[in-house]
Design a protein around this ligand. Structure first.
Ligand code: MG
Length: 370
């Protein structure tokens, strides 16, 4: 079997470096032909040297040409793990060029799901999830007929504020929100999103697009141990789950080798020695209003999910800069959504415009109100 040739957009971030670790462990199966980074050029050069990537396969900087890298003729799979919505054009270009996309940046599907899934359908390229929940659902769905699937259940750790009161959350510091209980190696934006449950809100919309499901059939269950990565409920009431340690190298391996599998030689979930009881509970939507925003955004559709995503991204930035309180992240996102005039069936330009508008609206609200 020839090695799969991969391009990693966002190579120096958390998912990028873990993807390179997977490649290092499977040298016969995977080969890196392209790498991009936003800021960390030093690490990018080190990675290129270590994995034998030619300078023609490198892109670095804010204006790096991700589209050329995503359509590199020699690439089979493009890993999209850039921060936020900036990966949309590159993802579209890769799919249009018939390349499978291993997608870690959920914001791409949230903002432009209709265009992304249409591009994959048109070229026959696959979108393989590198989100642990969606990887779990993807694995549970193998061999199932679509008409047999009743409901998808996304598990949520509940984040660092699972047991905090509304009053306590109002005073939460940046450091409190950056302390994730079960997934310690994630980037800052997604860690704050886990604390607000906005990460789960984005994942609900991501699941709708990936698995062609209406939002009413995507549920969320709080599971603080992060061992069950998600579940699929069939129409006869049977529930399938995927279990594993919280280690993103599992979903990365699953996406990159699909439909094959390989042993990475990393610690495995041991059902006999694992001591923690596994618990499940309904999320408290009064303390965590982000999930309702996802239902509203997905239900109305058009440009509204892109606006929710962009407003949240801006608001998380304000919180990290200590300009707004923790609860204000979701409040501000909701207000920007309220103020938006939705464009149904948007083009890429209209989505980009809505994204830009939402960031501007979030900034004005922050300056005036919070
Ligand atoms: Mg996830």
């Amino acid at each position: 079997m020839d090695a799969k040739r991969i391009v990693i957009l966002g190579a120096t971030g958390s998912i990028g470096t873990q993807t390179l670790d997977v490649v290092r462990r499977l040298p016969e199966r995977l080969r890196v032909v392209g790498l991009s980074a936003f800021r960390n050029e030093t690490l990018l050069r080190e990675q290129a040297a270590a994995f034998g990537v030619l300078s023609s396969g490198l892109a670095c900087g804010e204006n790096a040409d991700l589209v050329s890298l995503a359509t590199l003729p020699e690439a089979d799979v493009v890993v999209v793990s850039v921060a936020g919505a900036i990966g949309i054009r590159a993802t579209l270009a890769a799919l249009e060029a018939g390349k499978d996309v291993a997608l870690a940046t959920k914001e791409v599907l949230v903002a432009a799901g209709s265009l992304i899934t249409a591009a994959a359908k048109a070229s026959g390229a696959k979108i393989l999830p590198i989100d642990s929940e969606h990887s779990a659902i993807f694995q549970c769905l193998q061999g199932q007929k679509p008409e047999h699937v009743g409901r998808l259940w996304l598990t949520a750790s509940g984040g660092p504020f699972r047991e905090w009161t509304t009053e306590q959350m109002a005073k939460a510091a940046v450091a409190d929100a950056l302390h994730h209980p079960t997934w310690p190696t994630m980037g800052r934006k997604i860690t704050v999103d886990s604390a607000t449950l906005m990460n789960k809100a984005l994942e609900m919309i991501e699941a709708c697009w990936l698995f062609d499901m209406p939002i009413e059939r995507v549920g969320v269950v709080v599971h603080p141990q992060s061992v069950v990565h998600s579940l699929v409920e069939l129409v006869d009431g049977s529930v399938l789950a995927q279990l594993g340690l919280p280690d993103m190298r599992g979903p990365i391996e699953c996406a990159l080798l699909y439909p094959e599998r390989a042993d990475l030689g990393i610690p495995k979930f041991d059902i006999l020695t694992q001591k923690t009881p596994l618990t499940f509970e309904a999320p408290d939507e009064t303390r965590f209003p982000a999930l309702a925003l996802a239902r509203r955004a997905a239900g109305i559709g058009g440009t509204l999910p892109a606006v929710m995503n962009a407003a949240n991204e801006a608001a998380v930035g304000f919180f990290l800069d200590e300009k707004i309180s923790f609860p204000a992240i979701v409040e501000l996102t909701a207000r920007v959504m309220d103020a938006h005039t939705v464009q149904p069936s948007p083009t890429l330009e209209q989505i980009m415009f809505a994204d830009d508008w939402a960031r501007g609206a979030a900034l004005r609200l922050m300056e005036n109100r919070y």
